[in-house]
Each structure stands twice: as structure tokens, then as C-alpha cells.
Design a protein around this ligand. Structure first.
Ligand SMILES: Nc1ncnc2c1ncn2[C@@H]1O[C@H](COP(=O)(O)OP(=O)(O)OP(=O)(O)O)[C@@H](O)[C@H]1O
Length: 631
């Protein structure tokens, strides 16, 4: 049998269209690649100079210039970095997937760390052909006595190399833009791209645009001072500074600048870590603009000060994306596929570290500055709750600092609430989901010295179920789900038979009056004498109903049974009077009206009436008022 082994060779003609099409989904990526190459070229030379292997001849004002020329339809990326010799162009440019960056790191691995070298794969340069018909490189190496080299390629398949007239150290890449990419002559667009990727590059980046000369403009140009360009970037971003040296004002200013959010952030976490991995960044807890706003964060990921993308879910735990912040992770293997990232141990460690830092910060505010923690709670609670549901580790770290606002207006932790209410209802957290709708019940509670916690945000439904699954001994009950013993009058020497009879006669009366056979009714003796009736709805069936509505969008109450119970208060005057007249034949008509009205009023303090019920209620109210006048 024949046998042969060897390396598979890459044929540029075949691979090129694939690179063009698949590697870079966004066209503007070529700017990122080319400016990153310039930045690498500067970093390399800087490194060589610090270890005494390069003489800069005093020229160490590092800069990268991007110039668009509308008349010539070109874009140039110019740097004063390391440059390339004839051989180097042959090696690094003519051979696709041969990275000079990797070569450099390999060669100097004992003398330099990986810091600030961006490229790794030897593919980036070719992204320039996504937008150009022709690309030209003019480069002069820092090495003494080297000649400047020109490399030109049309279409990226064939090239020509020769001498260049470049006289200063560094590299100029000239892109002759193709007809379908002329949008990259638009200075507004190019500036926007540069700002997106390079606002924090370590070397100054200048942008210039040479406009098409028109007679008028040329005339005006004559009297004008030469334009003074300002770098588009901040070469020393706040996240790289030592947290000890940063002021609150600097953090706020940075937040405003990066996120264009003019609401002050509540607080922030400065991540500053060298070991076991490199991670720097600032995470901000934003202030919600209004109560019902859902949190929408933005985490910008940087790689050695070059922007990579927003909200990369493979690197950042999903719940953290509700925050706003920047993360610079130079150790991330960012050029590999995202699904790989997801399973990467290193990425998992980063996630775990950030999660821990966030939990630590929250705990420290809770422990050392409880007053502010309470103040922040309305803004941060959706984040904390979502984090608990999504990340068990986060829940484990913050479970004891989750707090609730109570109907008395103060804030308590679950343990504090359970402890101070244990005489009244052990292991039960009573809650309000809508303060306006449940106002009657809240009043009842307050009048009787009871308190409930307020769980009114969108996420609370899930959060309650989540907590119950974690701590099975504790139950969450909405304020209208049951009648606490504390709300009832203690009755002595109860006549069981009389109570039973009253209960049955009321049941019949209301069922007949309302035409509802299935009505559940209970007669109780409530402390709140002013309340004739109220509705209770079993917690479990209510949750099932809510869930089916949320997910299915339709009402499935008929499937779970309608567990609403009408409670009548025999301590109330109106009810007492109904007891007196309910069996009188000549008052039948009125008794029916009163029963309907008591039921509707109880319903109204429980939930919104249907349109039909509301119409009936209004008609009946008018009728009752008219009768009142007639008497
Ligand atoms: N402006 C430049 N100055 C000096 N050398 C450059 C410049 N641009 C490219 N090179 C050389 O060409 C090589 C190939 O560049 P290319 O962008 O294709 O890949 P890379 O930067 O190594 O990796 P990546 O694919 O991750 O960008 C670089 O590694 C570098 O050695």
C-alpha cells in the first residue's frame, strides 16, 4: 500500500474568497485590523528600544495617522513603528497566516510579556482587500542601512515588490478603495469607526481628511492657518490607573463620556488584576431613569485597549450585562470561535472572578453603608434578583443581603422580616405586588399592626418561585391570599350551630343574588369593622393563572378553578343590617342589590373589574343614589 504524509498547503486563490466572506462579517473591521497592526508595530519597536535592541534617534513621539483622500479615493494608515525589511514583507505579508506578531513574541518571549501586542493569526492585513481594488505598502525598517520597500497588490492574489521612496521609519498602507466601498471616504463615518475601536489605544491616533479641491475652497484655504489635529483617543484610560489614584469625579466623567448617560451612576467596581490572569475594567451600576424601566446595560470588551465588541455573552455572565462598563482582557483568545470561548476554562475563571467582585462590592456596601444600600435598592434590585436566578454562585454570595421594602417604608432583609414577624406568621413572607391595587389590604394590615414586603417589579414573580425552591421551609404569600389570625377578632364562646347557619344562609343569599353557584363564601369576624367584605385568592391558583396568562396570553382560570373567596365581616354594620332584613319578603329586591354591591366593592379592591362588571356597577350605583333621594 502506498503511504505519504505531509502538511496540507494553503492555496491563497482558494482561501482568499473565504477569508473575505466569512472571517469578517462587518466591513469596517479592516480599519480595526490595520490600525491594530500599526499599534503592534509601535509596541514592538518600543519594546526593542527598552531592551536596547533599537535606537530611536530621538524619534519616540509615537503616532498613527489615518488619512482619507476624496479625490484619489484612498485611505492611508501611517505609523512610525518598527517597519519591515524586504525579507520581512516577503515573509509576513506574502505568506498568509504567517504572523509577525507571533514570531516576535516567540523570539522575545524571555524579554517581553504579551502585553499590548494585538495580532496573532497573520490574517488581519488581508481584510484590506474587502474594500480595496489595490493595496500598497510603503515601509522602512528601523534597522540601520535598510532600504524602503514598496509592495503592491491588485486583488490580493499577485504582488509586486520593489523600492519605495519612503524616507522615514515606519509603514504606510494605502488602500485604493473599490467603487462599492467609497463610503469609507466619508470623514464622519471613518471618525466614528476610529472612535469605536480606538478611543483608548495606547498611542495617539490622528484622523485627517483631504477634501476634493473646489475653486472656492482653494481660495478660502489660502488664508487659513494649517489645521491643528487633535488625537481621537485617550491613551491612558481610567481603567488602567491604580484605583487608589482615581477620584469619584474621574469615574463619573469616564462614565458620561463612554456611555453618554448623564445620570450619575450609583457606584462602581474597579477591576485591577494581574494574577493569575490579566483583567482590568470598571463596572458601573446605573441609575434607572424611571420605575418601570428595564435595566439595559452595556459591557464593552477591550483587548489591549482595542475595542472588540459589546456584550459578548460568552465571556461575561449574562446578568452582568445589565450593568454598564468596560473590561480589558488581554489574555482572552479572542480570535477563536465564540463557542470555543464558552467552554474555555480561562473564560470561566474570568466570569467567576467578576461575579465574585460584584458580590463582594454589594456585601461591603450592605455591611458598611446600609443606609446607602437601602437607597440604591430600588435601582439595583432587578439586577441582584436576576443574578441570583441565573448564577447559583452569585446567589450563594448575596442571599443574605437581599432586602425588601416594607409597607412601613423601611428596608429589611428576609431574616430580619421573619424574625420580627415570627409571632404573627412563622416562616411566611407576606407581600404586596401592586401597592395601588392592594391599597385596601395594606390599610387593613397597617391598622392591625402588620407589615408586608413590596415585591412589585417584573422579575419578582420569578424571584419568589426561585427563593421557594431554594428554601423550601419559607412560603411567600400575597397579602390577599389568606386571612391572617391577626386580622380576626378573637371570639369567645362561639355558638357553632348558629355560625354554621349564618354561613349557609349567606351562601345561599349571595349565590342567588349573584347568580353564581360556585361562589365561595366565608363569614368572619374581622377587627376592621368598616370593611363589609373582601376577596381572598389562594396563592397557588393565582400564580398558576398568572403564569398561564404570561406564557400563553390567555386566561386558563377555568382549568385551575377560580379560587376566589368572598369574606363577609359580621362585625360590620352593613352586614349586621343585611342579617336583619335578609329574610323579609318585602326587602328582597334591595337585599339583592346590596349583595351585588358588596361583592363588586370587595372585587374592586382586589383587582380591576371587567368592562361588563364595571358598567353594571355604575348603573347600580346610580340606581341606589336615586333611591336614596326618593326616600
Ligand atoms: N504596519 C505594520 N508595520 C509593521 N509590520 C506590519 C504592519 N502591518 C503588518 N505587519 C506585519 O505583517 C504581519 C501580518 O499581519 P496581519 O495583520 O495579517 O496578521 P497579525 O497582525 O500577525 O495577526 P492578526 O490576524 O491577528 O491580525 C504582522 O504580524 C506584522 O509582522
Amino acid at each position: 500500500m502506498m503511504h505519504e504524509s505531509g502538511s496540507i498547503s494553503i492555496n491563497t486563490e482558494n482561501i482568499f474568497p473565504i477569508i473575505k466572506k466569512w472571517l469578517y462579517s462587518e466591513k469596517d473591521i479592516f480599519v480595526r485590523e490595520l490600525v491594530s497592526n500599526s499599534s503592534d508595530a509601535i509596541s514592538k519597536l518600543k519594546k526593542l528600544s527598552t531592551i536596547g535592541e533599537a535606537d530611536l534617534d530621538g524619534d519616540d513621539k509615537w503616532q498613527i495617522r489615518v488619512v482619507v483622500n476624496k479625490e484619489e479615493k484612498t485611505m492611508q494608515i501611517i505609523d512610525n513603528g518598527i517597519g519591515m525589511t524586504f525579507e520581512e514583507v516577503g515573509k509576513y505579508i506574502n505568506q498568509i497566516a504567517f504572523s509577525g506578531a507571533k514570531d516576535f513574541l516567540e523570539k522575545y518571549k524571555d524579554k517581553t510579556d504579551e502585553g499590548q501586542i494585538i495580532g496573532h493569526f497573520g490574517l488581519g492585513f488581508y481584510s484590506s482587500f474587502m474594500v480595496s481594488d489595490k493595496v500598497q505598502i510603503d515601509t522602512l525598517s528601523f534597522k540601520k542601512d535598510e532600504k524602503a520597500v514598496r509592495w503592491v497588490s491588485t486583488g490580493g492574489m499577485d504582488y509586486e515588490m520593489g523600492e519605495s521612496d519612503r524616507t522615514s521609519r515606519g509603514t504606510t498602507i494605502t488602500l485604493f478603495l473599490s467603487e462599492d466601498s467609497l463610503e469609507f471616504l466619508d470623514s464622519f463615518k471613518v471618525r466614528e469607526i476610529l472612535e469605536k475601536y480606538f478611543s483608548f489605544l495606547p498611542y495617539e491616533v490622528y484622523f485627517d481628511s483631504i477634501e476634493e479641491p473646489s475653486a472656492q475652497a482653494e481660495e478660502a484655504e489660502k488664508d487659513k492657518e494649517p489645521k491643528e489635529l487633535k488625537p481621537i483617543n485617550d491613551t491612558n484610560p481610567l481603567w488602567l490607573k491604580n484605583p487608589k489614584d482615581c477620584t469619584d469625579e474621574e469615574y463619573k466623567e469616564f462614565y458620561r463620556k463612554v456611555f453618554h448617560d448623564f445620570n450619575e451612576p450609583l457606584f462602581w467596581i474597579h477591576l485591577n488584576m494581574d494574577y493569575p490572569f490579566n483583567l482590568r475594567g470598571i463596572l458601573y451600576f446605573p441609575k434607572l431613569k424611571h420605575e418601570f424601566e428595564t435595566m439595559e446595560g452595556q459591557i464593552k470588551l477591550y483587548y489591549n485597549q482595542v475595542f472588540v465588541a459589546d456584550n459578548i455573552k460568552e465571556v461575561i455572565p449574562e446578568f452582568l450585562m445589565l450593568l454598564k462598563g468596560v473590561l480589558d482582557c488581554p489574555d482572552l483568545p479572542l480570535n477563536v470561535s465564540r463557542s470555543f470561548l464558552q467552554n474555555d476554562g480561562y473564560v470561566n475563571k474570568i466570569s467567576a472572578h467578576i461575579t465574585k467582585k460584584v458580590a463582594d462590592k454589594l456585601t461591603s456596601i450592605y455591611e458598611n453603608d446600609r443606609e446607602n444600600f437601602n437607597k440604591y435598592w430600588d435601582d439595583i434590585n432587578p439586577f441582584v434578583k436576576y443574578g441570583c436566578i441565573r448564577e447559583t454562585k452569585f446567589y450563594d454570595r448575596v442571599k443574605d443581603i437581599v432586602i425588601y421594602k416594607t409597607t412601613n417604608g423601611d428596608y429589611v432583609s428576609q431574616n430580619e422580616y421573619l424574625e420580627r414577624n415570627k409571632e404573627k406568621h412563622e416562616n411566611k413572607v407576606l407581600y404586596v405586588s401592586d401597592e395601588r391595587q392592594q391599597a385596601q389590604y395594606i390599610k387593613l394590615f397597617k391598622d392591625n399592626g402588620m407589615e408586608a414586603v413590596i415585591l412589585s417589579t417584573m422579575i419578582d414573580n420569578h424571584f419568589i418561585s426561585f427563593l421557594e425552591s431554594k428554601q423550601t421551609e419559607i412560603k411567600f404569600l400575597r397579602i390577599d391570599s389568606d386571612l391572617s389570625e391577626s386580622l380576626k377578632e378573637k371570639e369567645e364562646n362561639v355558638d357553632e350551630a348558629a355560625s354554621k347557619e349564618l354561613q349557609e344562609s349567606f351562601e345561599k343569599l349571595f349565590k342567588d343574588a349573584l347568580g353564581n353557584d360556585k361562589l365561595k363564601l366565608k363569614v368572619e369576624s374581622l377587627k376592621a369593622v368598616g370593611v363589609p367584605g373582601m376577596i381572598l385568592l389562594d396563592e397557588h391558583s393565582r400564580r398558576m393563572q398568572e403564569m398561564s396568562q404570561r406564557f400563553g396570553g390567555f386566561d386558563m382560570s377555568h382549568m385551575f378553578g377560580n379560587e376566589e373567596t368572598l369574606v363577609l365581616n359580621k362585625n360590620n354594620d352593613l352586614i349586621k343590617k343585611v342579617i336583619n332584613i335578609k329574610d323579609k319578603d318585602d326587602r328582597k329586591d334591595e337585599v339583592k342589590l346590596i349583595c351585588e354591591h358588596i361583592y363588586d366593592l370587595a372585587m374592586m379592591s382586589h383587582k380591576q373589574l371587567s368592562a361588563e362588571a364595571m358598567t353594571k356597577f355604575i348603573e347600580r350605583s346610580n340606581m341606589l343614589l336615586t333611591r336614596l333621594v326618593e326616600v
